[in-house]
Design a protein around this ligand. Structure first.
Ligand SMILES: [Zn+2]
Length: 148
């Protein structure tokens, strides 16, 4: 990821953002700027919420946009995404302008979380149990395939 040393107006939006990226060797400002505009919250508050790793799965997030991240969207566990803590489907009034309802997690975890809330914890625990059984089943099936 060395392309960000070159100013590219399509990637950086403003020279100030580019300067911030180069000065701190950190790609988060541009991404945070775009997301803050999209969700109508302040840039500073949004930027403060951008972790290095996904808080759910600990994957390292790649905040590069455009030339700085040619794989954007191809590796969902490395692609940052804005999660609405209380999903938009449940509380559409919290969709825009409420920084406290936003967090940054990876796209893969966000896809899995989808419309769930704390009320779905028992359901999610049931899914985890199912997946643990899947793992046993997987190992059994793979072993039987190897032995055939
Ligand atoms: Zn994740």
């Amino acid at each position: 990821m060395t392309n960000y040393k070159i100013y590219d107006p399509d990637t950086y939006i403003t020279r100030d953002l580019w300067r911030e990226v180069v000065a701190n060797n950190d790609l988060r400002p541009v991404w945070a700027h775009i997301q803050a505009q999209k969700w109508q919250v302040s840039y500073e508050e949004y930027r403060a919420k951008c972790p290095i790793h996904c808080p759910c799965c600990n994957s390292e997030l790649n905040y590069g946009i455009g030339r700085n991240n040619p794989n954007q969207g191809k590796n969902p566990e490395n692609t940052p995404s804005t999660d609405h803590i209380i999903p938009r489907s449940i509380a559409p009034e919290l969709e825009f302008g409420v920084i406290d309802n936003l967090q940054v997690i990876c796209l893969w975890c966000n896809t899995l979380k989808n419309n769930t809330t704390f009320k779905d914890i028992p359901r999610v625990q049931g899914i985890i149990k199912l997946l643990e059984n899947t793992q046993e089943q997987y190992e059994k099936l793979m072993l039987s395939k190897v032995l055939l």
